[in-house]
Design a protein around this ligand. Structure first.
Ligand SMILES: *Cc1c(COP(=O)(O)O)cnc(C)c1O
Length: 453
């Protein structure tokens, strides 16, 4: 499989190069030259396949000959070695829980796959690769855990001192081994500026092999398809007692940079029978507006309760267009988008908790609220066209629960009035000792540190 740059001004590369570089030299995002279509027999037999077998079939065409079958099998096995349960919340709404990985968010999947691919690619290299990341919280934790103990790779994480949550800080600073946390006296923007400067510094790039664990990396993006297939397998089982055809299926993805939704769309293009997608957004609604009026207008990011989705100019929007050759009509037929306010997010958490005894996190709540709005529009449209009472089956919906509610207990607890049950992974980490190196926000200090590595 070849990957081309969406800016179309640099050379095509294979999976290895795309994963190592992260971004093309013309600053474009990499995109697969063709989208593999899975045979009908795959979907007929999916109920019998393990998650490892499904993931392997999905990803193998994308990695091509850059990773041999045995190694890929190991990488995939380590990527999906936790649960992805589909939990029934109402008669027609299910939650796909993506928070059973080590850092309790779906980003674990992409981070684990990417780290192991890079580990494989750097295995034979004499010099270690150095992964340099700036984090405002969540991404750093998933990357740190994903790369923990991966040979041939050192990870250096810059985070703003005093500006990440206590749990997030522990996730970054208690691992040790090849994971190094730099506590920067400054803001997240300072951290990001220092990392950018390091990537442009000639002397540093001669001395070290520097790479990023950016979310646009294809090695983080592509494996996110896996759980759409896992969801469909479980959903089909849930409906196995129904006679006749399956009801239409709608999947709602809480979106920030839209990597997660674009992974679902890729799965759809490979044949996964999902009937409709929902791009669920908070007040950051550049994409919702696009679906309304066909114009894409980036905005400055606005702070909301679902803060991992506070993105004003989503990096994967260009991939969404490319998936459908920028055909507005095709996109609009398949995808609906809604913008959900903080007030509605709180209201949704309260309602789902009290009515259905299920506790969504703020991101999942945005996806749930969007799904309910879509169902209402769908029912209204059917009523208007005189379809009511006809054979047509009511659609069912799956919303992606992208983080464990404990990560956002400060939002969730005041709404429900009850403490969130603490998962074991958090209980263990809270007592571990923090190890970080404090550093000013001057680039010179970071450079000196890196040259000593
Ligand atoms: C990153 C993140 C999102 C947004 O995912 P994208 O792929 O950037 O759209 C949603 N929810 C949670 C909890 C996240 O951490």
């Amino acid at each position: 499989m070849k990957y081309y740059s969406l800016n179309k001004r640099s050379q095509d590369v294979d999976f290895r190069e795309a994963a190592i570089r992260g971004q093309a030299s013309d600053k474009g995002l990499y995109f697969p030259a063709s989208i593999p279509v899975l045979p009908a027999s795959f979907f007929e037999k999916i109920g019998e396949y393990s998650k490892e077998a499904i993931a392997l079939q999905v990803i193998a065409p994308y990695t091509g000959d850059t990773i041999p079958a045995k190694a890929l099998e190991r990488i995939v096995g380590e990527t999906v070695n936790f649960e992805f349960p589909l939990v029934r919340v109402t008669d027609d709404i299910f939650s796909l829980e993506l928070f059973h990985g080590p850092t309790l968010a779906f980003k674990d999947v992409g981070a684990r796959f990417m780290s192991r691919c890079l580990g494989y690619f750097f295995k034979e290299k004499k010099n270690k690769a150095v992964v340099l990341v700036a984090t405002s919280g969540d991404t750093g934790g998933a990357v740190a855990d994903g790369f923990y103990g991966v040979e041939g790779i050192d990870v250096i994480i810059l985070y703003p001192s005093g500006k990440v949550s206590a749990v997030q800080e522990k996730q970054l600073t208690t691992l040790g081994k090849n994971i190094h946390a730099l506590e920067i006296e400054g803001s997240f923007d300072d951290c990001q500026r220092m990392v950018k400067q390091a990537f442009m510094d000639e002397e540093l790039n001669k001395a070290l092999f520097l790479t990023s664990a950016n979310s646009i990396n294809v090695a983080r993006w592509l494996p996110q398809q896996f759980y759409y297939f896992f969801a469909w397998k479980q959903w089909q089982k849930e409906n196995s007692t129904l006679s006749g055809a399956l009801p239409p299926l709608v999947v709602s993805t809480p979106s920030g940079n839209f990597g997660n939704l674009c992974a679902g769309l890729l799965a759809y293009r490979s044949g996964l029978p999902i009937d409709h997608f929902i791009a669920a957004c908070n007040a950051n609604d550049a994409v919702t507006q696009y679906f309304k009026n066909g114009k894409y207008q980036p905005q400055p990011a606005r702070a909301t309760l679902s803060n991992a989705m506070d993105v004003g100019d989503p990096s994967n929007f260009v991939r969404m267009l490319e998936l459908f050759d920028s055909e507005y009509g095709a996109l609009k037929n398949l995808i609906s988008s809604y913008s959900v306010s903080d007030e509605e997010t709180r209201e949704t958490i309260r309602e789902v908790y009290t009515k259905f005894n299920y506790l969504p996190d703020p991101h999942g709540a945005v996806a749930y609220a969007s799904l309910v709005r879509y169902f209402k529009e769908y029912a209204d449209a059917q009523g208007a066209s005189g379809m009511k009472g006809k054979e047509e089956r009511r659609p069912q919906g799956i919303f992606l629960e992208t983080a464990h509610p404990i990560k956002f207990y400060d939002v969730v607890e005041p709404v429900t009035g009850k403490p969130v049950d603490m998962p074991a992974a958090i209980r263990d980490i809270i007592h571990k000792e923090k190890v970080s190196l404090r550093m000013s926000n001057a680039f010179g200090e970071l450079k000196e540190y890196l040259l000593r590595k």
